[in-house]
Write a protein that binds this ligand. Structure first.
Ligand code: SF4
Length: 229
């Protein structure tokens, strides 16, 4: 299938009962500030360049962010930090990502979530992570010919993407090194080198406490852009 077909199939997935209920319940009840909006309330597809050199792997959509706007990292605080950094590093045309029709575009990059439906408290279960993995694996396989760098945002994505990359045919070291900010692991796809990078998630908790700063994000994406050239 094409990426568009994959997105279409995934958008009607109901494999995880708890997440289906949460994504739809959140879309019904809404947050007061967004009361007049129609929430997406479904799985969130990968988004960005169809032939990306850089892949950015997140955790799962935010209940009132991606689950509302229908686009990954769009309309939430994590996205504010992420897109601002991507813009500074030449990987996004705008510094903000507010809604699906805002003109934002990624340049040579693509984003995808490890778990495609919004989980309660932003915490998917290991079962939900494993149930959603085939969607990520299929997407990783479909874009593999152009990918040179994969950036995992947070330890959850780092863990989740490992078996998905394997399933998609990437060559990985036998054991998975521990996740850390700035960790780089050499991998391959066929003959091509692919670098796997760790980056702390720009979650509100991390940005608020200063665990993640704008320069830290910029360092990662500048490095990713250099490696992907
Ligand atoms: Fe389907 Fe993934 Fe959503 Fe579960 S999290 S319902 S597998 S799209």
């Amino acid at each position: 299938p094409t990426l568009a077909e994959l997105t279409a199939r995934m958008s009607v997935c109901r494999a995880c009962a708890r997440l289906v209920e949460w994504r739809e319940e959140t879309a019904r009840v809404k947050r007061r500030a967004f009361a007049d909006e129609t929430y997406w309330g479904r799985p969130i597809a990968g988004w960005g360049d169809d032939h990306p050199r850089i892949l950015i792997v997140g955790l799962a959509p935010a209940a009132h962010g991606g689950n509302r706007t229908g686009r990954i990292f769009t309309g939430d605080r994590s996205g504010d930090w992420l897109f601002a950094s991507l813009h500074r590093c030449g990987l996004a045309v705008q510094e903000t990502s507010e809604h699906a029709g805002d003109g934002q575009k990624l340049i040579g990059a693509r984003m995808l979530a490890s778990v495609r439906c919004a989980p309660p408290a932003n915490k998917p279960t290991p079962d939900e992570r494993d149930t959603c993995r085939p969607w990520m694996a299929r997407e990783l396989a479909m874009v593999a010919s152009s990918v040179r760098v994969v950036v995992a945002l947070g330890g959850f994505a780092w863990q989740a993407m490992w078996p998905a990359l394997k399933e998609a045919g990437y060559g990985l070291p036998r054991s998975r090194p521990p996740f850390g900010h700035g960790v780089e692991v050499p991998a391959t796809y066929g003959e091509a080198p692919v670098t796997l990078m760790g980056c702390y998630h720009p979650s509100q908790q991390n940005t608020f406490t200063g665990r993640v700063t704008a320069p830290m994000l910029d360092d990662i994406f500048t490095r990713a852009a250099t490696l992907a050239l």
